[in-house]
Design a protein around this ligand. Structure first.
Ligand SMILES: Cc1ncc(COP(=O)(O)O)c(C=O)c1O
Length: 425
């Protein structure tokens, strides 16, 4: 088979060489000089070079990676190129999956057997919720701030199987407080604890290692909804110790839309019954009922898929690794601190996100007393081109800001000045 070989080239630095085996054809995609070396004495030069990798419409200051993340040029390039090449050859490109899986698995600190490509975080959450075979009266613990993509798969189990959902309000002031609130809900019928690694409404980082230890001691399945943590926080899944983890590719990772992944720990893979089965779920079956599953979590991938999306997701992880995951987290934290310093003393502004560094993420939610969150959102967008996200969950009536690698110090200062103008016209 005449395969594209560009994945072989991933991780080779600047420039994307695409070659086709056998024909010797190659295409060099021109691109702005990248990567630029990081210099501690001049960090903004590096971050501006990162910013240049994004095709964001210039007047827009995009502060909503927690909703939908833009893809950098290398990801867009490989997405388009893969789609075209596969059209030219009329191939599915499924042969790319294993190589892409290896890259993504390494990024997340998992083995290749433990990762499958999903369409989004909701799909990963749904596979776990439906696959554990819970029965009437079995209990699942969630936080009240769970996103519908995290809570509805379990509410579906409540409706279909009589599962009982028990919820705790997340503690924005103490990591230990969250652990205590979960422990207080655990009872003899608790089968699953699920938390958002980073909560969507106010960006609270949950103490997932400690929750994993608690659950392990009581033989409770621990699932993490990682929609907001994949690409935002550096971590290794095998070190966290959870049973499963689902994530979006199209938020903080900057992967293409409709990309995601599901991790299930090696020794737990067989405990999750597949929700859907089809071609690629089994290589060994017959109509008498004999059926063995494909090895690993990849059994949850079925039918014809979009390989361009999968290849581009792998490229998105490579792009972040090139920047440095720790560096990215430190940078985002510094922008959040700058924002907090700028908002702290403004009249009528209340910050709803955590104060403590261990609980704070790259998202910050604030409210302006006397002005509905939706109005604040529209004023920031219409008058200043600052695209944030209104927060209506749990009647918080606030606005959420996400800072990511393409945001600059100037973006942060523009936001502070705009909020000041709203509260001190
Ligand atoms: C915590 C959380 N879970 C799930 C989702 C849904 O993600 P997806 O659209 O990838 O299914 C979101 C989206 O914002 C989220 O914040």
């Amino acid at each position: 088979m005449d395969r594209l070989e560009f994945l072989r080239r991933m991780g080779c630095g600047a420039g994307l060489m695409v070659a086709t085996r056998g024909t010797g054809q190659s295409t060099e995609l021109a691109r702005a000089a990248w990567p630029v070396a990081y210099r501690a004495d001049e960090p903004e030069a590096f971050w501006h070079a990162v910013r240049d990798q994004y095709a964001i419409y210039p007047p827009l200051i995009y502060l909503n990676s927690g909703g939908l993340g833009p893809s950098p040029r290398p990801v867009l390039d490989i997405l388009e190129l893969t789609a075209r090449q596969l059209q030219h050859r009329i191939e599915t490109g499924h042969f790319f999956f294993e190589q892409a899986r290896g890259i993504v698995a390494e990024f997340f600190g998992a083995s290749i057997e433990e990762i499958c490509f999903a369409r989004n975080a909701t799909e990963g959450n749904s596979i776990i919720a439906a696959g554990l075979g819970l029965r009437a009266g079995d209990e699942v613990i969630l936080e009240t701030h769970a996103h519908p993509g995290g809570s509805l798969p379990w509410l579906n189990q409540a409706r279909q199987a009589g599962v009982v959902v028990r919820a705790f309000t997340p503690d924005a002031n103490s990591a230990a407080g969250n652990l205590e609130r979960i422990a207080a809900l655990v009872g003899p019928r608790t089968r699953v604890v699920q938390v958002s690694h980073v909560t969507a409404p106010t960006g609270i980082v949950m103490p997932v290692r400690e929750i994993a230890t608690l659950c392990r001691a009581k033989s409770i399945w621990f699932h993490i909804d990682g929609a907001q943590s994949a690409g935002m926080i550096p971590f290794k899944l095998q070190e966290i110790g959870c049973d499963s983890y689902a994530a979006s590719g199209h938020k903080w990772l900057g992967g293409p839309r409709e990309s995601g992944l599901l991790f299930i720990r090696q020794d737990q893979i067989d405990r999750v019954a597949p929700l859907h089965l089809g071609a690629y779920s089994s290589g060994d079956f017959d109509l008498s009922g004999h059926l063995t599953f494909t090895q690993g979590v990849r059994r949850h991938e079925y039918g014809t898929r979009n390989a361009a999306t999968v290849v581009a997701l792998a490229e998105a992880t490579r792009f972040q690794s090139q920047i440095g995951r720790e560096r990215l987290a430190v940078r985002n934290a510094s922008l959040i601190s700058r924002l907090v310093d700028g908002l702290r003393d403004l009249p009528r502004v209340t910050i709803l996100s955590p104060e403590a560094a261990e609980q704070r993420s790259a998202m910050l939610t604030f409210r302006i007393d006397g002005i509905p969150g939706a109005n604040v959102f529209h004023r920031l967008m219409d008058a200043h081109r600052l695209r944030c996200r209104p927060v209506n969950e749990e009647k918080l009536d606030a606005v959420r800001v996400s800072f990511h690698i393409f945001n600059t110090v100037a973006d942060c200062d523009r936001l502070i000045a705009a909020v000041r103008q709203i509260v001190q016209p």
